[in-house]
Design a protein around this ligand. Structure first.
Ligand SMILES: NC(=O)c1ccc[n+]([C@@H]2O[C@H](COP(=O)([O-])OP(=O)(O)OC[C@H]3O[C@@H](n4cnc5c(N)ncnc54)[C@H](OP(=O)(O)O)[C@@H]3O)[C@@H](O)[C@H]2O)c1
Length: 359
């Protein structure tokens, strides 16, 4: 038997999560030599993603949302990439295949031939519910497939195409521009010929927004956003990653018929802000559309995998990642990501669990 370390959901946080919200547990084991039948396989996880939406899953199970609540004292789940190290003769996976999908955060996964997914999870994940084989002919680092070429990249790519209705010469504003969604959204907007304004929480991040092509980039902690919008706006497409009080300011500077897309990270720890100028929606005929990335999977997934990994590999699209090593460091990675205080860099936060030495 081999130790199968797991990251358990340990306690429901009130407000900001802490390291006690999780427990790194090494008491589970797995038999890596077990006989496999009925399409089963064993996957060794290489890396897992830490994403803002996971904060919303740290809630009591009776509170319903678009994503299922994490189960207390069970491994948390999220996006990961692993390599198949054992497979039954009738498995749809082969040893050496790399697979991407929603996984429990532990070193090894036993994957049954028939992956059963409960209704709530199926509704949340839609067509992404089973593991997808990633060929990686582009030779990207595997972590890219949970970032720029994974769920956050898909979020920006698919929602931009579906909702932005972008026209050359318009102005886009993208908050939290240095995160994986923001990075891709900035580059999508530039590719469509828009002028891009973007914000982030440190001067180092702001310099990176300019590298990504942002025409105007500012540090929302030290710069006057309203002054910047007055000078460089009005905003036609507002990619709202942050929301809350800053959204109230942004509404003032929206252009007639502006479109609004995005997330609301400013409220994920429960500090909801009541936006007071919603009449701007009427006055400016604004359109805001909520979405969850899985909504667009069927329509755009083939185009996404056919284009984005290549562009990332050739450098036509840039991406920046922030690596933490070891599953035991996942709580720190998650807390740092939420707070914007990533250690050793910034960008898409992920945890490297193992090296890919089996393929
Ligand atoms: N609808 C969907 O399907 C979907 C899918 C994926 C993501 N999203 C949403 O897209 C947004 C971006 O996701 P991401 O993965 O790219 O995350 P991310 O940008 O890496 O998110 C974390 C960053 O947001 C900034 N932030 C956190 N709290 C803030 C606050 N109160 N005010 C201002 N900035 C704050 C911090 O960076 P700074 O240093 O810049 O402050 C932090 O590092 C999130 O809202 C996420 O929930 C939606």
């Amino acid at each position: 038997m081999t130790t199968n370390a797991q990251l358990l959901f340990n306690a429901i946080p009130k407000g900001e999560p802490t390291s006690d919200s999780f427990k790194y547990d090494t008491s589970s084991t797995i038999d890596l030599e077990q006989e496999l039948s009925n399409g089963a396989s064993i996957v060794k996880l290489i890396c897992v993603s830490l994403d803002p939406y996971m904060r919303g899953r740290m809630r009591p199970a009776e509170i319903k949302s678009y994503s299922p609540a994490f189960e207390l004292h069970k491994p948390i789940t999220g996006h990961g990439i692993g390599v198949v190290i054992r497979a039954a003769a009738d498995s749809k996976y082969k040893v050496g295949d790399h697979v991407y999908g929603t996984v429990p955060y532990q070193q090894y996964l036993f994957v049954p031939g028939q992956q059963t997914v409960d209704e709530e999870t199926k509704k949340f994940l839609g067509p992404q519910a089973s593991l997808r084989v990633i060929k990686n002919e582009e030779g990207l680092p595997w972590s890219a497939y949970i970032g720029a070429a994974g769920m956050p990249g898909k979020t920006a790519f698919m929602a931009w195409k579906e909702i932005a209705d972008a026209k050359k010469g318009e102005v886009a504003f993208i908050s939290a521009g240095s995160g994986p969604v923001g990075q891709m959204a900035i580059q999508m907007a530039k590719a469509d010929g828009l002028k891009v304004i973007s914000s982030a929480g440190s001067d180092e991040k702001v310099a990176f927004l300019k590298e990504l092509g942002a025409d105007v980039a500012f540090n929302y902690k030290t710069d006057d956003a309203k002054k910047i919008f007055a000078e460089h706006g009005p905003i036609d497409v507002n990619w709202v990653n942050v929301g809350g009080k800053s959204f109230e300011e942004e509404l003032e500077f929206m252009n007639l018929h502006g479109r609004i897309i995005g997330g609301w990270i400013s409220a994920y720890n429960g500090q909801s802000f009541g936006v007071r100028n919603l009449f701007q929606f009427v006055a400016k005929r604004l359109m805001m559309r909520g979405f969850i990335v899985g909504d667009f999977e069927t329509k755009y997934v083939d185009e996404f995998y056919a284009t984005i990994p290549k562009k990332l590999a050739f450098g036509d699209l840039k991406f920046k990642e922030c690596k933490y090593t070891g599953l035991e460091n996942a709580p720190k990675a998650f807390l740092d990501m939420l707070a914007g205080k990533q250690s050793g860099g910034f960008g898409k936060v992920f945890v490297q669990i193992s090296d890919d030495d089996t393929a």
